[in-house]
Design a protein around this ligand. Structure first.
Ligand code: CP
Length: 304
């Protein structure tokens, strides 16, 4: 595999291998310190990011490599009208691998077609976020000890939530995963994902607007932010933004070993009072993101 644009570019075996490698990096970080010496990662971020960009950069530094790039389109020649294709042709002359975030769904795909080095999709508009999914899978497997036989609740903005779209695609490949889709009517999972994944594979799923009613069933609660930047008008955003706010009170009926995930950033949807709950896994998730990106960089660069 040369690029990672969609999580389904990876087979289940490849995902399992990456998770195994990430666990080995966690256990033996010293063995990976020089793996990417003299290699360069370019981070081309046309949209804001804290975790994805900095975890990619930390990952490359921890592998002994180097990093270059930009964190906003305004500081690149995109601001002068340069195309994504020309940008990555240029960056291919300077770097061995590219991680790109772009507000348009096709941004990283176009980049992969033009680049002569591997391209990783670091988030493409409201579409996909495959490296967040690797992060989520690593976190679920470390917290629950498995990726199959579980009930996963997705709560919040399921329409524009690219992390949700990619994680549903990945989990749909594991045995006996039940999906509980919790959102306001306006932010329901796009019908193409329901049709092409959940219905096509005859998977068990329910849709609801009520988080409390399904809480006792969940092994994983995947909270998401209502994303102001994806709305066409502020009024709709303001009406929907606080649809779900997870509090210690609401967690009283949850399983004692349920894991709470969130790709972050959070705004109001998880009260900070939940952070001390042992089920809160979202900051462990942040750290796992660095390790799984180390494993992915090594795979795409062909480093053993
Ligand atoms: N989870 C995630 O993509 O976070 P950032 O937007 O901060 O990269």
């Amino acid at each position: 595999m040369k690029n990672l644009i969609d999580i389904l570019d990876l087979s289940t075996e490849e995902i399992d291998e990456l998770l195994k490698k990430a666990n080995d990096i966690i256990a033996h970080p010293e063995q990976y310190r020089e793996k990417c010496r003299y290699k360069k990662l370019a981070t081309l971020f046309f949209e804001p990011s804290t975790r994805t960009r900095l975890s990619f950069e930390a990952a490359m530094y921890e592998l002994g490599g180097q990093v270059l790039g930009f964190s906003e389109a305004a500081s690149s020649s995109a601001a002068k009208g340069e195309s994504v294709a020309d940008t990555v042709r240029t960056v291919s002359c300077y770097a061995d691998i590219i991680a790109m975030r772009h507000p348009k769904e096709v941004g990283p795909l176009v980049a992969a077609m033009a680049a002569s080095v591997p391209v990783i999709n670091a988030g493409d508009g409201g579409h996909n976020h495959p490296t967040q999914t690797l992060t989520d899978l690593l976190t679920i497997s470390r917290e629950q000890g498995r990726l199959d036989n579980m009930t996963v609740g997705f709560c919040g903005d399921l329409k524009f939530g690219r992390t949700v779209h990619s994680l549903i695609a990945a989990l749909s490949r594991y045995e006996n995963v039940k999906f509980v889709l919790i959102s306001p009517e306006e932010l329901k999972l796009p019908s193409y994902i329901k049709k092409e994944i959940l219905q096509y594979k005859h998977l068990d799923y329910v849709q609801t607007t009520n988080l409390e009613s399904v809480m006792p069933d969940l092994d994983i609660l995947y909270m998401t932010r209502v994303q102001r930047e994806r709305f066409f008008n502020e009024e709709d955003y303001l009406r929907l933004k606080d649809s779900y706010i997870l509090t210690p009170e609401k967690l009283k009926t949850a399983k004692p070993d349920m894991s709470i995930l969130h790709p972050l950033p959070r705004v109001n949807e998880i009260s900070t009072a939940v952070d001390a709950d042992p089920r809160a896994a979202y900051f462990k998730q942040v750290l796992n993101g660095k390790y799984v990106r180390m494993a992915l960089i090594m795979k795409l660069l062909g480093v053993e």
